[in-house]
Ligand binder design. Structure first.
Ligand SMILES: Nc1nc2c(ncn2[C@@H]2O[C@H](COP(=O)(O)OP(=O)(O)OP(=O)(O)O)[C@@H](O)[C@H]2O)c(=O)[nH]1
Ligand SMILES: [Mg+2]
Length: 305
């Protein structure tokens, strides 16, 4: 007990038990730790967001941008140059390119078919590939057209066949495949164009699959246009590959878009090899074997800053 001075009386009144004091200190400490934790989380989130945003600004989806960000080492997030070189390495690692010649079949002639949505550039691309094989590489090529609708929409390929002076066949039902093949058994390549209406029509794809399975062996390439939306590319791949084994992708109309991120994202997400890209309407010039460096250049990473 303190002596009875006014000051001591005041201190006596304010006297706080030690336990209370300790509890208060503990509570303050916990509060401080909480504040610090929130502060550090929000700084981290902010930097994650800006990394994610960087990839989204290049045209990748939010989901994929997040995936790339998560795969990026922390040091790379520190400056934009490091992010750019990480992205280039990531694309090079995840996009597979396979040249047309690397697709081999046990049986000859080698049969290659193109499938894909309407108006995507299948017939034009077949004509380009036929020109490369026939005119430049002196291969024997025959062109087949699978006409699932018997609507006679075959003139375009027939015209190309005439120009190239290569044989042309129309397959109007699966039973016609075997005799047509035997008529062209001495060919090196048979390129098969497919005609359909809406690829959204799953019956149409089933029907197409029944024609393609009448070939003892065929390599099927899915044709997609670079200006398609990612969701449409993914759904075309899903729908076609549910019925038909897809061995690679041909990306058309690269000249028609400045935004090639969806196409690159499609290739990285599916892991399916890219066989050719086409860059215009001219037959046979506007086609090239894909070069990932060129695709990265087209992504315009350096101009995005
Ligand atoms: N800009 C551009 N146009 C292309 C390219 N490839 C094809 N086209 C054009 O796209 C249009 C459709 O091409 P087609 O080859 O007829 O397409 P398809 O897939 O055979 O179409 P359907 O047989 O109707 O399903 C034509 O006008 C072609 O000239 C390309 O790489 N770039
Ligand atoms: Mg066509």
């Amino acid at each position: 007990m303190l002596g009875e001075t006014p000051r001591n009386r005041m201190l006596e009144r304010e006297k706080i038990p030690v336990e209370d004091l300790l509890r208060e200190i503990k509570e303050n400490k916990e509060l401080m730790l909480k504040v610090l934790k929130t502060l550090s989380e929000s700084t981290q989130e902010k930097s994650e967001n800006s990394v994610e945003r960087f990839f989204m600004n290049l045209g990748f989806s939010r989901e994929f941008s997040l995936l790339i960000s998560e795969n990026m080492p922390l040091q790379a997030a520190e400056d934009e140059e490091a992010m750019k070189s990480f992205l280039k390495r990531y694309i090079k690692k995840h996009i597979h390119v396979k040249s047309f010649d690397k697709y081999r079949t046990e049986l000859l002639p080698r049969v290659v078919s193109l499938v894909g949505s309407t108006g995507i550039g299948k017939t034009t691309t077949i004509a380009k590939i036929a020109s490369i094989l026939h005119l430049y590489r002196r291969k024997n090529v025959a062109l087949f057209s699978i006409d699932t609708y018997r609507i006679g929409a075959i003139e375009q390929l027939e015209e190309y066949a005439k120009i190239l002076r290569v044989p042309f066949e129309v397959i109007r039902n699966p039973e016609e495949v075997a005799p047509a093949l035997s008529r062209h058994s001495s060919s090196d390549y048979i390129l098969v164009d497919t005609i359909g209406r809406s690829p959204k029509d799953s019956l149409e794809i089933v029907k197409l699959a029944s024609y393609l399975s009448a070939f003892p062996s065929t390599i099927v390439f899915l044709t997609l246009a670079a200006n398609m939306k990612l969701v449409d590319m993914l759904s075309a791949y899903e729908r076609f590959s549910s019925q038909i084994k897809i061995s690679g992708v041909i990306l058309t109309k690269l000249d028609e878009t400045d935004d090639i991120a969806p196409a690159l994202e499609f290739l990285m997400r599916t892991g399916i090899p890219l066989v050719y890209v086409t860059t215009g309407q001219n037959v046979p010039n506007d086609i090239m074997e894909p070069n990932v460096e060129y695709l990265i250049e087209r992504l315009n990473i350096n101009g995005s800053g």
